[in-house]
Design a protein around this ligand. Structure first.
Ligand code: 3H9
Length: 707
């Protein structure tokens, strides 16, 4: 069998069928050489009289993950994907897509432009996720998809960006066949049948959309329903606009509108931030000095110590990933309670259709409750999630050291304590690290992986690989109080308290920050997480006088038993519907304390100032963490904030925002606040240094990566 190659695209002939294959690892992104290769391969197949039909497929695990996102904003070169797909569709010979693996974005628009689609039953991800990176499908997807599956399902797929699997594709009429076994063999057989039948091309662009049953206000309603979309204010709307254009214009004009909208989206800061966030998350997985030569340890079973909220959430995270867990408690009652909570969550997931009843049963079976610490002897990884006290943790780690098998990783879920001190209570500090999960641990995506002084490279690499297996975003942090996320949150929280003392209300602070780029305002978050958490920490730890002063009212609120939602009141009061209601009593407490401290009450604080002060405090502490080597890169800090703290991805993260503002301006504004508020605003030396040289955090990341 002869193979013709066109860069990363190849073509072989199987009888009368040309099989064209995209081979651009790891995910067959449609970079310029692929696009040019496709044009050449199709021209070649169409010119070959012996070829009567064409099958198009991908090599490896993907059909294609779509446009090469790294090319965005770099100027045009080679044929545009839109034209490539039009050329495929214009082929005079029938073209069958053999969808072998994930098919996303432009990598899904290609099969839509093919005349027929044969999909492997094993394919889990087909769809148009462009909205998630701040754009919309820009190679005909918004015009072709509604022609194939109808307007409403197309709107659902395009505005959510959520993928579907092969079974759903078949149900939606997207697939002409969904098959087990080798999809290329199936597609070639399908193509041969077409040849036998004398079938010609079936071009999607020539199909008409039935608009007769569409509600006249469908698109307005869809736009209104977008609400606070996770992709920000522009791209989701543009998705609806483009599909609407498909129903009102012919294919050529609708496509022109789609391209216009694509370019508009691409130019927004939101698209840049979302694309940055995509790569930041992937970058977090690479740890300097730990290459592919570092062999990870085998993790086949996990032990969790503690069946409280954290322990049960962590257990669920592993069980859901198919990893058996032994959960240990010291007493029967808390163990039973924890196990019941785990089983209830599994049942609820089955009810909600997140897993089948068989999957639920299998997961439940792989849980072993125990009252005996010795039952952790065979676990490959043990995670301690007991009370946050150094004395208790040290005792627990001493016992685990004696019980656990050699090579087992011993992890603490501490959110504040010194992992090095914990490690020192064992004879194997190289096997000890922190795994800081966020509550609810089975849902929140962030996992801070805390690297102690002695943590072995392979233990760290294992934790990193494991985070992916349990569907978390792992970010490495060095040891310090609060690690990356909570240490920054302390500064943010302090500034919020300062503003409350200056006379702004909790609702005003929350509204300002929610309107800008946080999923939830800080006071609402504290009410949700429990005001008592920080209150206890402030009681037990030595903290600065300034911090104590700023938190005086909050501590008084907690002293009075108002811990937030769980007690029905905190900064707000809550009815049975859990809606927050402003409490004038709380505002009065801040006024009275401000008077005592001699703080002049202001008549409100402008939204811009609330946003700036909270953001800059985060950035300043983030810069300290970078300088101290606690965070490896600024993009890791952003990844922490996007995945664990409700900073919305379309704002990129605090460090990304600082770069966008310009570090000279950041430095100037911090100094302005330092003059006004003193020591807590002392500018981080790294900001000063970068500002002086016109540097940015992201350029610093890149320079470090090269070093
Ligand atoms: C589009 O198509 C626009 C068109 O409508 C119109 C154009 C005009 N480009 O995530 P992973 C890299 S927009 C470049 O670790 P997984 C990724 O960076 C595009 N690179 O694996 C990583 O590199 P590295 C629409 C890409 O198995 C490596 O591949 N498509 C792209 O967990 C492995 O990735 C999307 O939005 C890309 N498109 O997940 C899909 N995709 O090893 C975006 C991946 O150096 N991609 N890479 O770190 C994804 O959602 C996931 O990467 C995917 C694989 C599900 C594909």
């Amino acid at each position: 069998m002869s193979i013709e190659t066109f860069g990363p695209v190849s073509s072989t002939r199987q009888g009368q069928v040309a099989v064209i294959r995209i081979d651009n690892p790891p995910v067959n992104a449609l970079s310029e050489p692929v696009r040019s290769g496709l044009v050449a391969a199709f021209a070649h197949a169409n010119a070959d009289a012996a070829v009567k039909a064409i099958v198009l497929t991908g090599a490896g695990r993907a059909f294609s993950a779509g446009a090469d996102i790294t090319e965005f904003g770099k100027g045009r070169s080679g044929p545009m994907l839109f034209d490539v797909i039009n050329a495929i569709e214009a082929s005079p010979k029938p073209v069958v897509a053999a969808v072998n693996g994930l098919s996303l974005g432009g990598g899904f628009e290609i099969p839509l432009g093919c005349h027929f689609r044969v999909i492997a039953n094993s394919v889990k991800q087909l769809g148009l996720p462009e909205v998630k990176i701040g754009v919309l499908p820009g190679a005909g997807g918004t015009q072709r998809l509604p022609r194939v599956i109808g307007v409403e399902p197309a709107l659902d797929m395009i505005t959510s960006g959520a993928p579907i699997d092969a079974a759903k594709a078949l149900a939606l009429n997207l697939a002409d066949a969904a098959i087990d076994g080798d999809v290329v063999v199936g597609a070639v057989a399908f193509a041969n049948e077409l040849i036998t039948k004398g079938a010609g091309p079936r071009r999607t662009s020539e199909l008409t959309i039935d608009t007769s049953k569409l509600a006249p206000d469908l698109f307005d309603k869809r736009r209104a329903a977008l609400g606070r979309h996770p992709s920000g204010p522009v791209a989701p709307r543009a998705c609806v606009d483009a599909v609407e254009a498909a129903t009102k214009l012919n294919f050529a004009d609708g496509s022109k509108r789609e391209v216009e909208l694509f370019m508009e989206c691409l130019a927004t800061p939101y698209a840049k931030a979302l694309q940055y966030a995509f790569f930041a998350e992937r970058q977090a997985g690479s740890i300097p000095g730990i290459g592919p030569d570092v062999k990870t340890r085998d993790i086949k079973s996990v032990g969790v110590l503690g069946a409280g909220t954290m322990g049960t959430g962590i257990t669920l995270a592993f069980l859901q990933a198919g990893i058996p867990v032994t959960i240990v408690e010291m007493k029967q009652e808390p163990l039973d309670k924890g196990v019941a909570r785990i089983r209830e969550t599994i049942e609820a997931n089955v009810k909600r259709g997140r897993m089948t009843a068989e999957q639920g049963a299998m997961i439940a079976k792989s849980l072993t409750p125990s009252l005996d610490l010795n039952s952790l002897a065979t676990a490959d990884l043990v995670i301690e999630a007991v009370f946050e006290s150094m004395a208790i943790k040290k005792e627990v780690f001493g016992k685990l050291d004696a019980i656990c098998k050699p090579g087992a990783i011993l992890a603490s879920n501490t959110s504040t304590l010194d992992v090095d001190e914990i490690a020192a209570s064992t004879k194997r500090p190289q096997d000890v690290l922190g795994l800081h999960f966020f509550s609810p641990a089975n849902i929140m995506r962030l996992l801070e992986i805390v690297r102690g002084k002695a943590t072995a490279s392979d233990a760290l690499a294992t934790a990193m690989a494991l985070s992916k297996r349990i569907n978390k975003v792992g970010v490495v942090s060095g040891v310090c109080f609060g690690f990356i996320g909570n240490r920054m949150l302390e500064s943010y929280g302090e500034e919020v308290q300062a503003m409350l003392l200056e006379g702004v209300t909790p609702a005003e602070v929350d509204k300002a920050l929610e309107s800008w780029g946080w999923a939830m305002g800080p006071l609402a978050v504290m009410d949700l997480a429990g005001i008592d958490v920080g209150w206890r920490i402030r009681k037990e730890h030595a903290i600065s006088d300034e911090r104590r002063r700023l938190y005086r009212v909050t501590d008084a609120i907690a002293d009075s038993g108002r811990f937030g939602q769980k007690t029905g009141a905190g900064y707000y009061t809550y009815g049975s519907d859990r809606k927050r209601v402003e409490d004038p009593g709380v505002t009065a407490m801040f006024r009275a304390e401000a008077a005592k401290q001699g703080i002049e009450p202001r008549n409100g604080i402008p939204t811009e100032e609330i946003i700036e002060r909270t953001l800059l405090r985060l950035v300043n502490t983030g810069a300290e963490l970078l300088d101290e080597g606690i965070a490896l890169r600024s993009s890791d800090i952003d990844t922490v904030y996007l995945n664990g703290y409700g900073f919305l991805a379309w704002r990129g993260g605090p460090m990304w925002q600082a770069d966008a503002m310009g570090l000279a301006k950041v430095s100037e504004r911090i100094k302005f606040y330092e003059k006004k508020y003193g020591e807590r605003w002392k500018v981080a030396p790294l900001i000063e240094r970068l500002a002086k040289d016109g540097g940015t955090f992201s350029a610093l990341d890149k320079a470090k990566a090269k070093a």
